[in-house]
Ligand binder design. Structure first.
Ligand SMILES: Nc1ncnc2c1ncn2[C@@H]1O[C@H](COP(=O)(O)OP(=O)(O)OP(=O)(O)O)[C@@H](O)[C@H]1O
Length: 303
């Protein structure tokens, strides 16, 4: 059996004349916790909805559990948990009532696990859903999505309304959820620190396409910032492979590269009599480099 859970090939999504996703290839394998990072309006929600068959792709293909996303059968749908950004919960029900009501739709609903999460996340079982705060409602929506212990959990900005303590607790529960059983999680976020805490893989959505989709650690080994000081003025471009950004100012250069391991630093000293300092980047800095957003480090070498 294939361990590919999600697969898109040449996926395009257009709204009227506006192209949001363009020839997008993406893969998520069993057991991965993938954080989808992208700026506002980059198409994260659109991609998640195409994957889940809630939006029809304009062209290309998308599948989940080897089934066409647009044509998922009931058994495939039962293996998915999804929390959208604009989730709706029945306001007149109590917290407990809503979970029990939802559970009736699933064969493998785990009310004991649900009750545990309600307690851990400090929700009041008897409170009416309509009177919950935005953060409490978000917690409940996630609990409802977890109750049938889905093989694939898709969360669109799951922590947007949660305060830092609640975010930490939520992420801890999510980690436990994935550690105990082989679950696959795809979640979109713009909070890179959360992503660093729980994701095994990171995918950047930039200009309608997935720019990187790799393990978090290997991403950090690949993408580096390099400060160069040469004996004489440097040319406008050093022509290094995998350059994401290049700023040259006289004999100083500041580069970001996406394949540091393949880079031959000796070439720099030979060609330009240059010395190079290599800097590690955190995930936020990597995203800014990959997405081509303006960033501010000085070109001058640090002493
Ligand atoms: N139904 C729609 N009709 C027309 N345009 C749409 C529709 N849905 C989304 N869009 C547009 O597609 C683009 C991507 O939107 P999407 O909601 O997928 O982005 P996002 O990355 O999830 O953004 P955010 O981080 O702000 O939630 C936006 O420019 C949005 O205006």
């Amino acid at each position: 059996m294939s361990n590919v859970i999600i697969q898109t090939e040449n996926l395009c999504k257009q709204f009227q004349k506006k192209r949001v996703l363009s020839d997008l290839d993406f893969q998520v394998r069993a057991g991965e916790v993938v954080g989808l990072l992208g700026s506002n309006g980059s198409g994260k929600t659109t991609l998640l909805k195409c994957i889940l068959g809630l939006l029809k792709t304009t062209s290309g293909s998308s599948s989940v559990f080897d089934q066409d996303s647009w044509d998922l059968d009931a058994s495939a749908k039962a293996r998915i948990g999804y929390v959208s950004q604009d989730f709706a919960l029945l306001p007149w029900m109590t917290v407990l009532g809503l979970t029990e009501y939802t559970g009736a739709f699933y064969d493998r609903w785990d009310q004991e696990f649900v009750n545990l999460l309600i307690n851990e996340w400090k929700l009041d079982q008897k409170q009416r859903v309509g009177t919950l705060s935005a953060g409490q409602r978000q917690k409940l929506a996630v609990i409802v999505a977890l109750g049938h212990r889905p093989d694939l959990l898709v969360l669109d900005e799951p922590v947007a309304s949660l305060d830092p303590a609640a975010r930490r607790q939520f992420l801890q529960s999510l980690i436990e959820f994935t550690e105990n059983e082989a679950h696959t999680i795809l979640f979109s976020t713009h909070i890179t620190s959360d992503l660093e805490r729980i994701a095994s893989h990171v995918a950047f959505l930039v200009d309608g396409n997935i720019r990187f989709n790799s393990e978090l650690d290997s991403l950090k080994n690949q993408v580096k910032r390099i400060r160069i000081t040469a004996a004489e003025n440097l040319p406008p471009s050093l022509g290094l492979p995998g350059t994401l950004r290049e700023q040259i100012d006289g004999n100083h250069g500041l580069l970001a590269v996406n394949d540091f391991e393949a880079l031959n630093l000796e070439f720099l000293s030979r060609e330009f009599q240059a010395t190079a300092t290599v800097e590690d980047l955190n995930l936020e800095e990597i995203f800014l480099e990959v997405s081509g957003a303006p960033i501010q480090p000085e070109v001058e070498a640090v002493s």
